[in-house]
Design a protein around this ligand. Structure first.
Ligand code: GUN
Length: 292
């Protein structure tokens, strides 16, 4: 059996088109453009590229963007003062602090400062706390896990009652993905670097979310026949046939896994484009809350 490929690029385009249409409706009605402020501390090239893409997406969808950049040696207080300024700025609907920040910055304190109604990344402790509790709704769902669930739902994969394995327990993907799946009545196992018999546990998954950051770690014989495989990994490997000298691969060995799985996301073109699409959706949602 060859898996159905879940086309994240196409689904992300559809989400973006829906957001753009609602943004156009709001601006035609005389409302302010939904606006996202990004905060980059330091000069990590990957983080700089991510915030540039986020600003570009805002422009493409008719939204506003403000890009704040502090040097790598910025003091904790400088970062906190900037977040407070953006909290108080009525032009700003959403605030995204790009992670990771330099090691001397207390990330938890910065994230906790973000106004709950502007926390479009969903990383404030209040949002995560609500996500973890029964009967409570987070104001915003973290973008990458939100994108993973959206892809599963678009592909028609049943989440309720499914045996689901989340590979990785990061604050950005693994943990919020597990909490979201529990909220959707899946049975969830979270695996990490100290899990024993990883292949044996992954093999029981009807749905696998791989977010461990290890190149092609999940082999074809780890995958349960017919399973839905969502690959969050973005790993760069050398490839002399490419002009750039490298190519991106996931945490799943795609060529092997696609022969066994029922559904699979490619890398690139799977989860990646969904993260920004869901961020745009969250930024629109922020504007709708603040200016109904
Ligand atoms: N770094 C890697 N992914 C993310 C993300 O989704 N949001 C933020 N703020 N930083 C990240």
């Amino acid at each position: 059996m060859t898996a159905q490929i879940i086309d994240g690029k196409l689904i992300a385009q559809q989400v973006r088109a829906e957001v753009a249409a609602k943004v156009a409706e709001r601006t035609a009605a005389g409302k302010r453009k939904p606006t996202l402020a990004t905060v980059l501390v330091g000069d990590r090239p990957d983080s700089a590229a991510y915030v540039t893409s986020k600003g570009k997406a805002c422009q493409e969808l008719g939204m506003g963007s403000i890009s704040e950049h502090l040097p790598a040696d910025a003091a904790q207080e400088q970062v906190e003062t900037l977040v407070k300024k953006l909290n108080a700025d009525p032009e700003v609907n959403g605030i995204l602090v790009q992670l990771p920040m330099p090691a001397h910055i207390n990330e938890e304190r910065v994230l906790a400062l973000i106004d709950i109604e502007k926390d479009v990344d969903g990383f404030s402790p209040i949002n995560i706390g609500r996500l973890a509790q029964k009967g409570r709704e987070p104001t915003f769902v973290p973008c990458t896990p939100y994108g993973c669930i959206y892809l599963l739902e678009q592909a028609g994969v049943q989440i309720e009652g499914a045996n689901t394995v989340v590979l990785g327990r990061s604050n950005i993907v693994g943990m919020p993905a597990a909490l979201l799946l529990i909220g959707k009545n899946a049975t969830v196992t979270v695996c990490h670097s100290r899990t024993r018999d990883l292949p044996g546990i992954v093999r029981q998954a009807d749905i696998l979310i791989a977010a461990i950051g290890k190149t092609q770690m999940v082999r074809g014989d780890w995958v349960k026949p017919g399973a839905a495989v969502i690959d969050v990994g973005i790993n760069s490997v050398p490839d002399a046939t490419k002009k750039s000298g490298h190519r991106l691969v996931g945490d799943v060995h795609f060529d092997e896994a696609k022969e066994v799985a029922g559904f699979i996301t490619p890398v690139p073109g799977g989860v990646g484009p969904m993260t920004i699409a869901m961020l745009m959706k969250n930024t629109l949602h922020a504007a709708e809350i603040q200016d109904p």
